[in-house]
Design a protein around this ligand. Structure first.
Ligand code: PLP
Length: 397
């Protein structure tokens, strides 16, 4: 018998992967070019050429036993040093290799931090809408995820809702900007507000409250919009990063946790996180990918391709009368459903062969998420289908 806890967590959950698979089945029936599958966040831009070249170079040049053997749980020292140097150059930080833990992407980094910080019934605040897996990560460690709903006009964090979400059991705040599912980049004013409220709450409760910044989309910000580096605003910040989207390599599972030495209980956190890597069964981030990364720390995918697709969809949909927030980052467009029930709206859209994820899956009911990591031509070809969908609702059909 499987665990009651897992059974309960699966009940009624909306699985985006299932929606994606359904879209794939439809594509097999009607042809790929006739199905507009906007359900999943799987990168559609090729990894930069340096990624494959670096992997080959590593395979040809590194000692095989060292390369394929167990590295330290926290990762190869030279790779951690390269990451620290990259961050210091770009964000005026003062990391050394001792501040960096290599992880199998952001997902494992968050799981490691949940294991590090959470006792049963401890609370984690996150701004909603949020990446649907956050709930699973937190609940897997017997914690409670407390959503703080963003302002519904701007999709920026809202001060009043945020303040109300705290309790003496709040261990950390999990923030994600550029955001999945909304594409919003939280402004500097929003970040200052978050830092101010958290400082007040730390004083009120008399213990550290950490800010965990999950930033797999940091590189995917358009028109040079600034994405504030949160350690400059709040001392107890821990950064989680992933190369899944920045280098288009989600299957390779590589990322890191960065913790500045000034963070409260720094040594204890590093020791506990290191043990968590083992206890949770990750053991270490993939060794070959770590070594590849050392040669690619400054590389990035060509984000102009995503930007072009975003413009096609945003301009096209708003011209038809759809309501959406202009997304400044990531590859998601959050659109108001044309009826209250976002799942029913997604089902109606399917009749036009448009596959989208309902906002309810992200604690954003009444909205839908379009994941626009698809070829620009497909996005363009989808516009008449969106037009027909809108006309059907306008006619009340
Ligand atoms: N956090 C957010 C906000 C995401 O959107 C994703 C993946 O889509 C992850 C974390 C997990 O990413 P990774 O592939 O690095 O585990």
């Amino acid at each position: 018998m499987v665990s009651k806890r897992m059974q309960a967590s699966l009940e009624g959950s909306i699985c985006i992967r299932d929606i994606f698979e359904e879209g794939k089945k439809l594509a097999a029936i009607y042809g790929k070019e006739n199905i507009f599958n906007f359900s999943i966040g799987n990168p559609s831009v090729e990894p930069p050429a340096i990624v494959n070249a670096a992997m080959k170079e590593v395979l040809d040049s590194e000692d095989a036993l060292t390369l394929h053997g167990y590295p330290a749980n926290v990762g190869h020292p030279d790779v951690r040093q390269a990451v620290a140097k990259h961050l210091n150059k770009n964000f005026e930080t003062s990391y050394t290799l001792d501040n960096i833990i290599m992880t199998s992407g952001a997902a494992s980094a968050i799981a490691i931090l949940c294991n590090t910080f959470l006792d049963p019934e401890d609370e984690v605040i996150t701004f909603a809408p949020y990446f649907w897996e956050y709930k699973s990560y937190v609940e897997s460690f017997y914690g409670k995820l407390v959503p703080a709903l963003c302002d519904q006009k701007t999709l920026q964090p809202d001060e009043k809702t945020f303040e109300k979400a705290f309790s003496p059991r709040t261990k950390f705040v999990l923030i994600n900007t550029p955001n999945n599912p909304t594409g919003a980049v939280y402004t500097e004013a929003s970040i200052r507000m978050v830092a101010k409220v958290m400082q007040q709450k730390e004083l009120e409760y008399g213990h550290p409250i950490y800010l965990i910044s999950d930033e797999p989309y940091r590189n995917l910000a358009y028109n040079n919009i600034p994405v504030p580096y949160l350690t400059h605003y709040y001392r107890n910040t821990i950064v989680v990063y992933s190369y899944s989207k920045a280098l288009s390599i989600p299957g390779e599972r590589i990322g890191y946790i960065a913790i500045e030495s000034c963070v409260d209980d720094f040594a204890e956190i590093i020791a506990t996180a290191t043990a968590s890597i083992r206890y949770l069964g990750y053991v270490n981030a993939p060794s070959l990918q770590q070594k590849m990364l050392k040669k690619c720390v400054d590389a990035s995918v060509d984000i102009s391709i995503y930007e072009k697709t975003r413009d096609i969809l945003y301009d096209g949909l708003t011209a038809m009368g759809y309501e959406c927030i202009h997304p400044d980052g990531a590859f998601y467009l959050f659109v108001k459903a044309l009826e209250e029930d976002d799942t029913s709206f997604c089902n109606e859209a399917k009749k036009e062969r448009i596959i989208m994820a309902p906002g309810s899956a992200f604690y954003g009911p009444g909205w839908v998420r379009i994941s626009y990591c698809v070829p620009s031509e497909l996005a363009k070809a989808s516009l008449p289908a969106f037009q027909r969908l809108k006309e059907r609702y306008d006619r009340g059909a």
